[in-house]
Ligand binder design. Structure first.
Ligand code: ZN
Length: 491
């Protein structure tokens, strides 16, 4: 399959930061050539697109989301993480393979429609990780034609042990059961991920990482096994780290130097580590992350929605730390649209520096959303830049849309004005997965009808899980009040 997109305005990413007019040739899933705009491409092309009124950018890399939440979108109230999760998680338990697949497909459609071509799916299968449900997720991305790194969540501590609860927080309430539920042994969980990785080893679009839910939710043995898995498979260990004040307190309980000192002492902080959020870093943590060459995944919208805290993005970038951007899940953002995340990443941190020269620039946000994310999740040699030899993962936007008229600065307008409505064509691996604004691989009306039916049924059938989870509401509220009123945590 040979596709020619002629004379199009390109933001290539990487070292080439200025817009250029080029003619792109895709062949065998790759960008075969980037030619001068007026180059005559004599050879036969299977498809030709006139690019004169299009803007080409590398497909965005959503470096952190959780596909199960797509099927409970809109169900979680406005609450901080620890209370929010009692609602969000209960609805995504006991899924069938088809529910898992439909949930991932919903996210894939939303992402492709808004220009994202690669996703890191930190998928939690609950109550216990199961190989066939992981396969169903991978099948969804294969079906949608989207590039995915799937990092199955592993965790082996009961919920009650993962929160900085004191006995007084319980106020005599009985919360056992759901909150004290045992997990599969760590070794068994890693074996399931090993078998999943073996089944998908040669897939052109889907690859497998591992996703410890968070250091406070795993035993040291599991964290070490996950790092060992990542090293052997040359992939990433993707985990939530220091998202909230309560997690910072858990870090302090695990190690006097805090959570990252704990990971470092275990020998599991490395260039394979994805530190998702990193909002509550302790003294010396930035230097530690830089020294170990770990990557941080910044999720600005989710952090604000859940009032989790703020990632010190400008400082991380000044320290040379690798950073990607993520939307986080459809219950805490509540969108999978990376263009929103790009904008938030670009403007959220402006109040941190008086000197505007130190603000995050739109071009920086774009770089993080493309090559930054690809590099962080282990696909830096494949995706994130428009260069010959890279995968033909490309988003083409219509310049005859309100976001780009009049055209002054394509980067600034892409990051600050565009919301997804201008996305016209999207290619993944050289294949058009969105053509003239229509998904080519998914029958959207029938997917949406099935999703509604499955979601209604699951919410009804999981009422006992919602009720069991809600018993933790009181203790968590008391815990939060205690943490907020104490000076235990250095902000
Ligand atoms: Zn998350």
């Amino acid at each position: 399959m040979r596709t020619v997109i002629s004379n199009t305005l390109c933001l290539r990413g990487g070292q080439a930061s200025a817009p250029e007019r080029l003619t792109m040739v895709f062949e065998k899933g790759q960008i075969a050539a980037l030619l001068p705009a007026d180059a005559v491409v004599p050879d036969q092309a299977d498809e030709r697109i006139d690019g004169r009124r299009l803007l080409a950018v590398p497909g965005f890399v959503n470096a952190h989301t959780h596909s199960p939440y797509n099927l409970v979108r809109g169900s979680a109230p406005m609450l901080p993480l620890e209370l929010w999760s009692l609602h969000a998680s209960a609805g995504s338990e006991r899924r069938t393979a088809r529910e898992v697949e439909v949930s991932a497909l919903l996210g894939a459609v939303e992402m492709l429609r808004t220009g994202t071509t690669t996703v890191l799916d930190h998928i939690r299968i609950a109550p216990d990780i199961e190989g066939d449900l992981l396969d169903a997720t991978a099948e969804a991305y294969r079906h949608a034609g989207m590039r995915a790194v799937i990092a199955p969540v592993v965790a082996d501590k009961p919920l009650l042990e993962t929160l900085p609860l004191d006995s007084a927080d319980f106020g005599g309430e009985e919360v056992a059961g759901y909150a004290a539920r045992p997990t599969l042994p760590a070794r068994r969980q890693v074996e399931i991920v090993e078998a999943f990785a073996a089944r998908w080893r040669d897939d052109p679009l889907v690859s497998v990482g591992i996703g410890p839910s968070g250091p406070q939710r795993c035993t040291p043995e599991l964290l070490v096994m996950a790092e060992d898995f990542a090293r052997r498979h040359e992939t990433i260990a993707h985990m939530h780290v220091l998202e909230t004040r309560a997690q910072a307190e858990m870090g302090r309980r695990l190690h006097p130097g805090g959570m990252l000192a704990y990971l470092d002492d275990l020998g599991v902080l490395s260039s394979r580590s994805n530190l998702v959020h990193a909002n509550w870093l302790a003294k010396g943590d930035v230097e530690r992350i830089a020294q170990r060459d770990a990557a941080v995944i910044h999720n600005p919208v989710s952090n604000v929605r859940l009032a989790s805290g703020r990632c010190p993005l400008p400082r991380l970038l000044r320290s040379g730390i690798r950073v990607g951007l993520g939307t986080d899940g459809a219950c805490c953002n509540d969108s999978g649209n990376m263009l929103e995340t790009l904008k938030w990443a670009a403007i959220l941190h402006n109040d941190e520096a008086e000197d505007p020269a130190r603000w995050i620039q739109p071009g920086t946000a774009l770089r993080l959303a493309c090559e930054g994310g690809a590099d962080a999740i282990g696909l830096g040699k494949v995706a994130g830049r428009l260069d010959a030899g890279m995968a033909a993962d490309v988003c083409l936007l219509d310049l005859d849309t309100t976001a780009f008229v009049p055209l002054s600065d394509p980067v600034r307008q892409l990051v600050l004005s565009e919301t997804g409505g201008a996305v016209r064509h999207v290619f993944v691996d050289g294949r058009a997965v969105l053509r003239d604004g229509r998904c080519t691989s998914v029958d959207e009306p029938s997917l949406f009808a099935e999703a509604q039916e499955l979601s209604d049924r699951r919410r009804r059938d999981n009422q006992d899980v919602y009720a069991a989870a809600s018993r933790l509401d009181g203790p968590i509220r008391r815990m939060r009040r205690r943490l907020l009123s104490s000076c235990e945590i250095a902000a």
